[in-house]
Design a binder for this molecule. Structure first.
Ligand SMILES: Nc1ncnc2c1ncn2[C@@H]1O[C@H](COP(=O)(O)OP(=O)(O)OP(=O)(O)O)[C@@H](O)[C@H]1O
Ligand SMILES: [Mg+2]
Length: 590
């Protein structure tokens, strides 16, 4: 057996497999280089989603010819002044992006330092073809053509130009969010698709994500244990069906980090349904010794020295901001303008804000709210509504949610407030209240238990039993007392008192699923919170229960004093108000 060193061309190609997966990753590396070179403006040109061409031109400080040759060599970097990898403030530091890209494509590097002349080096799959003087303004331009054309094993994994383009624009967006002080433009197949001027961070985020974030977003700025979190998140009711609009940054570097994504999810856990996602641009700042950015060749993953602190910062910071937003229900605004809900009583029509596009075509979704209403309207059509009325005795006391006047379809409470008509989704509202009660109780120690007269035996899969058994201690804090009962069953002795009468097997199955999804990575506090949300769902007044007027009023009063009562645990509104002015408009009185 003979041991040989790998030829450098092969080494570069192996590195390319890690650094450059697709056009978007090459683009990311080039734009990062431009930012590191102090560019004030960066122009990107793409053809066929970057498969044919990725070009990045900047007005940074450029390179002299000797530096250009060096830049194309492996592990040559100008970015580690004292060989202190912990303190790098630049995007790059490995010195492998350019040679890696050059090994799997045709690459043209043009550069001119401020006080020098322009120079061009052309490389074809690692081989220098030619070099010589080339006129250009100060700065650098890199053209990458036919990426992976000669590497069929890689080419095979590339997707359609459309999908590759989507990844490219996403990469530019991330970097443009990280550096609002720099101007960016993107041209794809000859069409200008993105253009942003230097601005402040909130303006840049709104410009890149959605202008409506101004109205439907929350600013976040908090400091905890020497860590800082800033940025914007959407209100729970302004959510999306995909988690694709979540941009996370650590010390100004865009990252795709599971811990951060998980923390964001956790913060919204009981405010959104599982398949809905918030929009977010969050910037975490940590002292450089607290984070290792060198764990991934593409530098998109980081490792925190104290992950729990980072998680606490995000979950705590976002929750505080969301609490402050209180029971402000976005859907309320949508509904106030959506007087359309009464102009057509055919059961299948979609109630929708006047002039708004159909919910499905909207990039954001108030859709869950609308979908819920549609369903219920179908029910209105199918059954005769149960309606009961209270005479309107003046004057109305000054309760924000008014006094109950009746119940409709055994699902909605109709109340009269001083300034309008309030409609409450009783199930959604009650579920929220139960959760908040559970939370309060668990914050002050243990949640009260209600012993079952006869312990309940629930049969389940062995792994589910294992999970529940392992979590029995935590669940006891929430008032649920369970024990293992043989390999495939659990014994339930007591349930949380705030839940009232519950479907015990249903509760256990949901909890097991919840625990499986959460894994063991979460801090106890977070887990309890999630589990409490799952439990709350089981303790709620279901739609379809007839309530007495006293019960309805009690629910309204409790909502008024409960934090976050404006939306249910799935991000739908719990109540909407039609102001007197809106009612007048409906009847053409205004
Ligand atoms: N647009 C540019 N303007 C000026 N200098 C550049 C530019 N692009 C690359 N360079 C120089 O070329 C060197 C090599 O770039 P390359 O991207 O290969 O490595 P790096 O940025 O140092 O590290 P990494 O591999 O982590 O990106 C850089 O250190 C920098 O000195
Ligand atoms: Mg680089």
């Amino acid at each position: 057996m003979s041991i040989r060193r790998l030829p450098s061309e092969l080494i570069n190609r192996i590195a390319a497999g890690e650094v450059v997966e697709r056009p978007a990753s090459a683009l990311k590396e080039l734009v990062e280089n431009s930012l590191d070179a102090g560019a004030a403006s960066i122009a990107v040109r793409l053809a066929a989603g970057g498969l044919e061409l990725v070009e990045v031109a900047d007005d940074g400080w450029g390179m002299v010819p000797a530096e250009m040759s060096l830049a194309l060599e492996r592990h040559a970097t100008s970015k580690l002044p004292d060989d202190h990898i912990e303190d790098v403030a630049s995007f790059g530091f490995r010195g492998e992006a350019l040679p890696s890209i050059a090994s799997v494509a045709r690459l043209t590097l043009d550069s001119r330092a401020a006080d020098g002349d322009g120079w061009r080096i052309e490389i074809d799959h690692g081989q220098t073809l030619r070099e010589g003087p080339h006129a250009l303004p100060p700065g650098t331009r890199v053209r990458v053509e036919g990426l992976f054309d000669k590497v069929p094993a890689r080419r095979k994994f590339l997707r359609s130009p459309r999908a590759e383009y989507a990844a490219c624009i996403d990469a530019v967006r991330r970097l443009a969010m990280a550096r609002p002080d720099v101007g960016f433009s993107v041209e794809h197949d000859g069409r200008r698709t993105l253009s942003v001027q230097p601005s402040d961070a909130p303006t840049r985020v709104a410009a890149l994500l959605d202008r409506d974030l101004d109205r439907h977003g929350l600013g976040v700025d908090c400091v905890r244990d020497g860590l800082r979190l800033t940025g914007v998140v959407s209100l729970p009711t302004f959510n999306r069906g995909m988690a694709d609009h979540q941009y996370l940054f650590v010390n100004g570097r865009p990252v795709k980090d599971r811990l951060l994504v998980g923390s964001l999810r956790a913060a919204f856990r009981d405010l959104l349904a599982r398949d809905r996602h918030p929009i977010a641009a969050l910037f975490v700042e940590v002292p450089s010794g607290e984070v290792d950015i060198n764990v991934h060749p593409a530098k998109t993953e980081v490792r925190f020295r104290d992950p729990a602190a980072v998680r606490g910062l995000i979950v705590g910071g976002l929750r505080a901001a969301l609490d402050e937003a209180g029971h402000r229900s976005v859907a309320r605004e949508q509904f106030v303008s959506s007087v359309a809900w009464t102009d057509d009583l055919t059961p299948t029509s979609h109630p929708r804000a006047g002039g708004d596009p159909a919910p499905d075509s909207s990039p954001f979704s108030g859709t869950p709210a609308f979908a819920g209403v549609t369903e219920d309207r179908l029910r209105f059509g199918a059954n005769h509504p149960h309606g009961r009325a209270e005479p309107a005795t003046a004057p109305v006391p000054a309760y924000p949610l008014g006094v109950a006047r009746g119940q409709v379809a055994a699902t909605y409470i109709v109340a009269e407030a001083e300034d309008g008509l309030v409609i409450v989704d009783q199930h959604a509202a009650h579920e929220r209240l139960v959760l908040e009660r559970m939370r309060q109780a668990s914050a002050g120690g243990e949640v009260a238990r209600q012993a079952l007269l006869l312990p309940d035996v629930v049969e389940m899969d062995e792994p589910d039993c294992d999970r529940l058994e392992a979590a029995a201690g935590e669940l006891a804090l929430l008032g649920l007392e369970i024990e293992r009962f043989g390999p495939r069953a659990m014994l339930v002795r007591a349930t949380p008192a705030p839940l009232g009468k519950t479907d015990v097997p249903g509760l256990l199955h949901d909890l097991a699923a919840e625990l499986a999804e959460l894994g063991t990575a979460l801090a106890l506090r977070d887990r309890l919170d999630h589990v409490a949300a799952t439990m709350a769902c089981h303790g709620s007044v279901r739609a379809g229960r007839i309530l007495s007027v006293a019960e309805m009023n009690a629910l309204l009063r409790e909502m008024e004093v409960t934090p976050r009562s404006g939306q249910c645990n799935h991000g739908r509104p719990t109540w909407v108000k039609l102001a007197h002015g809106d009612i007048e408009k409906l009847f053409g009185r205004r």
